[in-house]
Design a protein around this ligand. Structure first.
Ligand code: HXC
Length: 516
């Protein structure tokens, strides 16, 4: 019998690993509109940059006939490569092998590259597509998951961690993505939930589909668990590349700067015509954002969740920044539980990774009511307050219009550590609006007046004239300068440049106790 050469044996094993769970299962994967793990890595990384680690790893289980089902790689492809020339570590679960289920060897491969990413200060990207804990391996699978969760936590704030959900992600498996910085989902082909539709039906008697319970739409609009969702896998993979372009490699790295050629003038006259004459009329804050930043550089996060606040990455003269802006088009831009939580987490991500913060403020206050109070708006508002207060990155606020009550303090005010605070001439910085204020302070006078309506209006105007403007705050130095809207971009470019070497140390402590 002809003996195979050593390199032939290796080639055969490699080819076998490359095939994953075999042609039939690959076809099934494609028929669902999904790419395979290897195809996903191919489209994610720079061409030819992928170095695979652990290609020939196999599981060691003999339970329930598993010893007869040996696939190289054990259902996950792991390794490193580059995206736009920068090193990243990646794991992609291979649904064609035992449903991408996670067990001992599979998890060891993920843990190995997590450790490498952590020790070498580079982002880690997980492409999740898995039936969850490998049922045949029992508690070993649970232990293996926990090894991953532990590392997610240790790496939090050290290296960016990105999770793409490109298939099932159920049970405790959802906690690794939830511990990472950004969760991206594909529409119609992915879902995340603690328990699936069958258990839901048994426990709560609700009838609901997997898509409705935990699909991209639900998590992008209702829960906020998903930060970005995409119609196609390729769009998602491109989304990861865009997202990473705003981030440093790790918490000690500088924020990315793209080449930028200064114009003769950075004035933006269009900014002067956005604010309506009537202060109660809405406008789209995104016009202010887009009118200020480098063209085409806004990458919005959690676009369809808590739309009363807008968050996202952008560039200003090439420098990455994080933007937080109240949206007067939705609920008048009020701060509620979801908006506060959304903004607080984003502030903390940016601060952890040295990304300067820019706030555009137009906020009438916090949303009142039993729903908000009983669901702890106090804690959520405090969370945002805490996040801004402990952020040491350069921080700038531009008050566009309303800055009322506690929301004025919370939205990156001078008093909680913002570096530069600007206001447009349209700014209204006060405890509350003139109408409400007049009703409270002049209650008796209005009641006893011959024409109460006219009196109320007179007192409202009086209050407005005296206190609803940017001048009181400016005279006390709470606002550094009232600026012409068209100069906003230029002022911000200069100020962020001035702040580029900012160094602030927080008091020595183990860690704070953010009101979670
Ligand atoms: C072992 C699994 C598996 C699993 C799927 N497979 N899930 N093998 N352990 N958890 C295998 C199947 O046997 C099948 O093998 C192949 O993967 C594809 O599965 P299908 O069922 O044919 O695919 P599909 O119809 O697309 O359905 C996908 C699915 C379903 C919805 C994910 O497979 C399913 O419900 N799986 C079980 C999910 C589950 O209960 N997981 C445990 C959750 S608890 P062949 O050989 O036919 O290709 C959990 C706890 C984690 O994860 C806790 C962490 C702390």
């Amino acid at each position: 019998m002809e003996r195979k050469s050593k390199s032939e044996i290796l080639d055969k094993k490699r080819a076998q690993a490359q095939e994953g769970g075999g042609e039939k299962r690959i076809q099934k994967q494609h028929s669902k509109g999904k790419l395979t793990a290897r195809e996903r890595i191919h489209f994610l990384l720079d061409k030819g940059s992928f170095e695979e680690i652990g290609k020939l790893v196999t599981h060691r289980s003999v339970n329930f006939g598993l010893d007869k089902q040996e696939f190289y790689g054990d259902g996950v492809v792991t390794g490193y490569g580059t995206i736009k020339g920068r090193t990243v570590f990646v794991f992609a679960q291979d649904f064609t092998i035992l449903g991408g289920s996670l067990a001992e060897a599979h998890a060891e491969k993920i843990v190995k590259i997590m450790d490498l990413a952590f020790e070498n200060g580079a982002p880690i990207i997980g492409l999740n597509d898995s039936g969850g804990a490998r049922i045949q391996e029992g508690v070993v699978s649970l232990a293996a998951y926990a090894e991953i969760f532990y590392r997610n936590t240790q790496a939090s704030g050290v290296i960016p961690q990105i999770s793409a959900i490109m298939g099932p992600c159920a049970g405790g498996a959802v906690y690794s993505p939830a511990l990472t910085d950004f969760v991206l989902m594909t529409e119609q082909t992915s879902y995340m939930f603690i328990t699936g539709p069958n258990v839901v039906k048994t426990v709560t008697h609700e009838t609901i589909s997997a898509e409705e319970l935990g699909g991209a739409k639900s998590h992008s609009t209702k829960s906020g668990v998903s930060h970005l969702s995409y119609a196609h896998e390729i769009d998602l993979l491109n989304g990861i590349k865009t997202l990473l372009s705003y981030m440093p490699q790790n918490c000690e790295d500088n924020v990315p700067m793209q080449a930028y050629e200064f114009q003769e003038s950075e004035k933006r006259p269009n900014l002067c015509s956005i604010i309506p004459k009537n202060a109660n009329q809405p406008y789209d804050i995104k016009e202010v954002i887009l009118g200020t930043i480098d063209d085409g550089s806004f990458y919005e996060i959690q676009k369809a969740f808590a739309e009363n606040i807008v968050i996202g990455f952008a560039r200003l003269a090439g420098r990455s920044i994080g933007i937080i802006a109240n949206q007067p088009m939705i609920l008048a831009g009020v701060l509620d539980i979801k908006a506060s939580n959304k903004a607080a987490r984003f502030v903390r991500f940016c601060d952890a990774f040295n990304i300067p913060l820019l706030v555009f403020e137009d906020v009438p206050g916090f949303l009142p009511g039993t729903d908000q109070e009983w669901n702890a708006i106090i804690s959520s508002g405090a969370k945002l307050l805490y996040a801004f207060s402990e952020a040491t990155v350069p921080r700038i606020t531009v008050i566009i219009r309303k800055a009322y009550g506690g929301a004025y303090d919370v939205m990156n005010s001078k008093h909680i550590g913002a570096d530069m605070n600007y206001a447009w001439p349209t700014a209204e910085i006060a405890v509350m609006g003139a109408k409400g204020a007049a009703e409270i302070i002049f209650k008796g006078e209005i009641k006893n007046a011959e024409d109460p309506e006219a009196k109320w209006k007179e007192k409202e105007d009086e209050y407005s004239e005296l206190l609803i403007n940017p001048y009181n705050a400016t005279s006390r130095g709470y606002i550094d300068e009232i600026i012409d809207p068209q100069d906003t971009r230029e002022k911000l470019i200069r100020a962020f440049n001035m702040l580029k070497n900012k160094a602030v140390k927080l008091p020595k402590k183990k860690h704070g106790n953010i009101p979670l």
